[in-house]
Design a protein around this ligand. Structure first.
Ligand code: ZN
Length: 241
């Protein structure tokens, strides 16, 4: 089967619609959302609605839980906090319940999906370097872990005691190795490429591909400014930073 795995939509409806459209054309059998449906952008409710209609395989991100008061915002920067508070005021009771009830992990047949890390997933830690990757490789019960959270796609590989990483968009999974794949962000990429990002995992071919999709960035930016959200949240979309 071919899976579409995507994360960090962040209320960016324009990016989300473009990514969903692209995934529909990819001939995929299942879709998994790695969390952070809301936060930063101007369309939280529409993004929740689209997610519900698209897949029931959804886990929570830190912004989802912060928006419903399930996570302390002590570690949020002022802009992120501002956007979470803006979002919280706009959610219906039903949307709030939906986000509150999301689980922290998704278990596939031969892979796991976490928003940030397997290491206390409810604390939303980051896999940013070899050390944090190693901790996750040690905790993983399957040889393949998908994450988001950093908004920057990267693939870590563990072969014996060796851990390496690659930013190549395609990898063939070797039998003797384990992998951590960061699928990037649909709605707020930060790797310098402003296009929406998602991953396709093919369990027969044993391959993972990170795909990028153009979307109407200007429209998403206009909505963020019009909503009165911090202007930097709009500006960064065109830089992909
Ligand atoms: Zn995020």
């Amino acid at each position: 089967m071919r899976y579409g795995i995507f994360s960090d939509i962040h209320s960016n409806l324009e990016a989300y619609e473009a990514a969903l459209e692209a995934m529909r054309g990819d001939g995929l059998g299942a879709y998994i959302c790695g969390g952070d449906i809301v936060g930063y952008g101007a369309d939280p409710s529409r993004c929740i609605e689209l997610t519900k209609g698209f897949t029931d395989k959804v886990i929570c991100g830190n912004h989802d839980w912060a928006a419903v008061g399930r996570l302390d915002m002590a570690y949020f920067n002022p802009r992120a906090k501002n956007a979470v508070e803006w979002t919280a005021k706009r959610l219906s009771d039903e949307e709030r319940r939906y986000l509150t009830d999301l689980k922290t992990l998704y278990e596939g047949v031969d892979f796991t999906v976490a928003h940030g890390s397997l290491d206390r997933p409810e604390e939303f830690r980051y896999i940013l370097d070899i050390d944090s990757a190693l901790r996750n490789f040690q905790m993983a019960r399957k040889g393949l872990l998908f994450v988001g959270h950093t908004h920057s796609p990267v693939i870590f590989r563990k072969q014996g005691d060796d851990i390496t990483y690659s930013r190549m968009p395609e990898v063939r999974l070797a039998e003797d190795s384990s992998y951590i794949v960061n699928v990037g962000s649909v709605g707020q990429p930060r790797d310098g490429d402003p296009r929406a990002s998602y991953a396709v995992y093919d369990d027969r071919e044993r391959s993972v591909e990170i795909k990028r999709v153009d979307y109407d960035i200007k429209k998403a930016q206009r909505k963020i400014l019009k909503a009165g959200l911090p202007p930097l949240l709009a500006e960064r979309l065109s830089a992909g930073r």
